[in-house]
Design a protein around this ligand. Structure first.
Ligand code: NAP
Length: 306
């Protein structure tokens, strides 16, 4: 196990240097799936068969229970660990949760808390290192210097291979990246959440040669809602484009749309359905033309560009 150095990231992005798959399976919703450890092992193995080898966690998912459930999978089959990459995050503290009692929900980037959270994640996941550790949300009271020093110490100790952030605005990303190498910014983007197009995020990441990592690419499932007007419009355009790109599922066009953004984003699937994971893998092989990409943007916004 070896940390990623800045030199290595000059020619290849830090996430591919870590061996990460561009489609990532996310486990935020695992508590709804009601899977036994054996069923979850089956799901993880089926993801790996499809080339999806990277798995996204956070200390707060299921208030610790999601990482613990994944740890049971690794206990059932320890040899998996050599062939997968694990992401986890810290920084959100719920009021009265299993990951630390607090009187109010708040964000925390205190070095002691970050170090402790990594230790707890490693214990629950039954592993000795995280491939990528992210600050979950920017903390209004954060010290950029303290976060950078903490990240470097965790990497030097071998507990974390690479470091990044999530939900950081462009300026805060730049300030922290100037102090320590960030492997990604994990941000929300979908036809329902277009903010990153307007706030320079993709330009900043592209310029820094840091790939974005997209969460909720299907709007957290809103894309399937029949009562949702945006969903109906967007699905109609995606279905029209499906045959033209040889896709077996319109859902692949949804993933192709996100993957076409600047910086070759990594995309997190949040589904328990293997057909949706497969649609993501297929979608990332499709390169939408500029007019087709804009046709989906127009459907998402409900108006053409000016
Ligand atoms: N950094 C952050 O702040 C942050 C925040 C949120 C999420 N995340 C990460 O991003 C991951 C993905 O987020 P997400 O779960 O919101 O992503 P998503 O992929 O946009 O949405 C997943 C939802 O879509 C549904 N879905 C997928 N395919 C479907 C189909 N064919 N038919 C009907 N429903 C379908 C899923 O239900 P089924 O399971 O039934 O298919 C699930 O409820 C999370 O697991 C987590 O790892 C990060």
């Amino acid at each position: 196990m070896k940390p990623i150095t800045y030199m290595e990231t000059n020619h290849i992005d830090a996430l591919s240097a870590l061996g990460m798959s561009r489609v990532i399976a996310g486990f935020w919703r695992l508590p709804e799936w009601r899977m036994s450890a054996n069923e979850l092992l089956g799901f993880v193995e089926a993801c790996i068969e499809r080339g999806v080898t990277t798995f996204d966690h956070a200390d707060v998912y299921g208030r610790g229970a999601v990482e613990a459930a994944f740890g049971e999978v690794l206990a059932l089959k320890p040899s998996l660990r050599d062939n997968i990459q694990l992401i986890s995050k810290a920084g959100i503290r719920f009021a009265a949760s299993s990951v630390g009692e607090a009187p109010v929900k708040h964000y925390d980037s205190d070095p002691r808390y970050l170090r402790e959270s990594v230790e707890q994640s490693l214990k629950r996941l039954k592993t000795d290192h995280l491939d990528l550790f992210l600050i979950h949300r920017p903390d209004s009271l954060m010290s950029i210097d303290d976060i950078a020093l903490t990240a470097e110490a965790l990497i030097a100790q071998g507990k974390v291979r690479a470091f990044g952030v999530s939900n950081f605005p462009a300026r805060q990303f730049e300030l922290l990246h100037a102090k320590t190498t960030l492997a990604t910014n994990q941000i929300e983007f979908s036809p329902f959440e277009l903010g990153a197009l307007e706030n320079d995020m993709f330009a900043v990441l592209s310029q820094a040669k840091v790939p974005p990592m997209i969460w909720s690419p299907l709007g957290g499932g809103r894309l399937f809602a029949d009562e949702h007007e945006v969903a109906r419009r967007v699905r109609r355009v995606m279905t029209d484009l499906q045959a033209q790109y040889g896709a077996t599922n319109w859902l692949s066009i949804a993933y192709a749309w996100v993957a076409r953004l600047p910086g070759a984003p990594y995309v997190i699937s949040g589904s328990r359905r293997l057909e949706s994971v497969q649609a993501a893998v297929d979608g990332l092989r499709i390169e939408l033309s500029r007019p087709d990409w804009y046709a989906i943007l127009e459907a998402a916004r409900g108006r053409p560009v000016r």
